[in-house]
Design a protein around this ligand. Sequence first.
Ligand code: FE2
Ligand code: FE2
Length: 202
Amino acid sequence: MAESAAVQLSGADKAQGFCASRVHLAPGDILPAWVFSHLRTDHAGEVGAVCIYQGVLQFARDPKLRAFAEHHLATEQKHLRLISDWLPASQYSRLLPLWRLAGFLTGALPALFGPKAVYATIEAVETFVNQHYEEQILALARQIEFRHLRQTLLDCQADEVTHRDEAAAAFKGFSQSSWMLRAWCAMVGAGSKAAVTLIRHI
Ligand SMILES: [Fe+2]
Ligand SMILES: [Fe+2]
């Protein structure tokens, strides 16, 4: 059966020149505004993720934690390249310096308290990121044009789930978390959610 899909274009999409005549859209193609707004959040999130691990590495001394952060950092840099391929610079969040700072602090602050705080933070962040990618993957599933983009997001999501599970496994080696650490992780999750809402527009 020939693959085809009808994309409902908004006025803004038409004005941007989005064309649905291609069966499978590829990196560099002009995408509808709603897809760009999702990708803007992914791009800013991956910029923040790179900075999280750079923040961890700035202060972490534990060899196991440093190896964990270095490995994850390389994966986040790969994600950033993949998402950047789909998103023109004109579509980047205008608040990127803020997301860089927020990411750095999200990694650096727990690193000052030790590996347990870092693993708990990473588990909280990656739990949020997994859900974030899941929502986009479901939204893109309705239109075959986005098959390649959806696969990119699926690949990134699989890595984020691995990151979450690695952090959870490493955290299990420590005693129960304190109320302060639980409050910090809740704040990280809520902050990530608020940031995504903002980034869709700015
Ligand atoms: Fe990532
Ligand atoms: Fe990750």
